[in-house]
Design a protein around this ligand. Structure first.
Ligand code: AMP
Length: 213
């Protein structure tokens, strides 16, 4: 089962990917996470990536395609995968098509998580993540704050989750990522899931019921 989550930054596609990962035991491939791991490696490329990501711009297609291609062809993706954050423009969508064609597989479900823009901004700017277990909380919607403990870990804020960079990321999303929605509507595999203030559980149950039906 090969699944793709589309949506603006902060729409909750990472959260939903993790739920589906747990439910069906197929791995999430988050290009944001893969790139962040690269930035903490201390390499020259890592330093360059850090600058690009801090500005809210996209990393080059070649770099993300190589990371994704390696993962999709690996043993851990034999039973399927969940793409989160890739593709993000039409060129990446068409490269993904060719890659999947070459290995004789295709995407079965594309879920577009659609959340109002004012909520998106709060979700990103308030987002804090445990540096050890990856749990996500939000400073606007919970009592947790950056620096608070979470088990053995500490809640930290992503460098690109500030108002200026989030505003840039939303502009880049509207310009470059939104056009690929039509690409997947035409393929007949896109499902629009409308998110709101009521938390992730309703969305998860809508997604699971589409997959199970
Ligand atoms: P995310 O964690 O998905 O919000 O991604 C964080 C940042 O990583 C983005 O703002 C981009 O700078 C970079 N990034 C992640 N995925 C991609 C992609 N598919 N293409 C280009 N840049 C990406």
């Amino acid at each position: 089962m090969n699944i793709l989550f589309l949506g603006a930054p902060g729409s909750g596609k990472g959260t939903q990917s993790k739920k589906v990962e747990t439910e069906f035991n197929i791995p999430q491939i988050s290009t944001g996470d893969l790139l962040r791991a690269e930035t903490s490696s201390g390499s020259e490329m890592g330093q360059e990536l850090k600058k690009i990501m801090a500005s809210g711009r996209f990393v080059s297609d070649d770099i993300v395609l190589e990371l994704v291609s390696k993962k999709i062809k690996s043993e851990e993706c034999k039973k399927g995968f969940i793409l989160d954050g890739f593709p993000r423009n039409l060129s990446q969508a068409s490269s993904l098509d060719s890659l999947l064609n070459n290995i004789g597989i295709s995407l079965e479900y594309v879920f577009l998580i659609d959340v109002p823009k004012d909520l998106i901004l709060k979700r990103c700017v308030g987002r804090i993540t445990c540096d050890t277990c990856g749990k996500i909380e939000n400073e606007y919607f919970s009592n947790f704050r950056e620096g608070d403990k979470c088990g053995d870990g500490v809640f930290v804020k992503r460098a690109d989750d500030n108002e200026e960079t989030v505003t840039n990321r939303l502009e880049v999303y509207a310009e470059q990522t939104q056009p690929i929605i039509d690409f997947y509507i035409e393929k007949g595999i896109l499902h629009r899931i409308v998110g709101g203030e009521d938390g992730p559980a309703r969305l998860t149950s809508e997604i699971l019921s589409i997959i199970n039906s």
